[in-house]
Write a protein of this length. Sequence first.
Length: 152
Amino acid sequence: WSTKLIREPRTLCYLIKKILKIPLRKCSLKRKGCLISFIGVNGSGKSTFSKKLLEVYSKTTQHFGKKGYYYYYGWKPTFPLTKILSRLNKNTSMVSFDADTIAQKNVRKPTITQECFFIYQWIEYLYRYVTEIRPKLKEGHLVVTDRYIYDL
């Protein structure tokens, strides 16, 4: 390489570019795998369909030397603070929506507390994506989820 660099100094730019690409590829945010998400109301069969889809694609993923993963995005606290809050909240009763509640025409506007909980739940979903789904996608695997961050 030294004789080539002396004869063609522009080769140095090419070599630097090649050397810099190696760590940049490792830090790339691009996914190599495939993410399939199903969004729908509770009880519509998202989980069942997701599992069946993995069965159908199992031969294809094995042929390419990859794995298929199913990820349930339902209520499964992962973030440490969420685990603590869910344990504290287990004993409190949940609000039920009966016909009288639904029939009320004066719907209240969301409070700042509700908005904060919404943002926190989005952060919880994002944390789960970054820690559990994204590493599998970076390895090039197939991930099928029933729900997604944007489902909120």
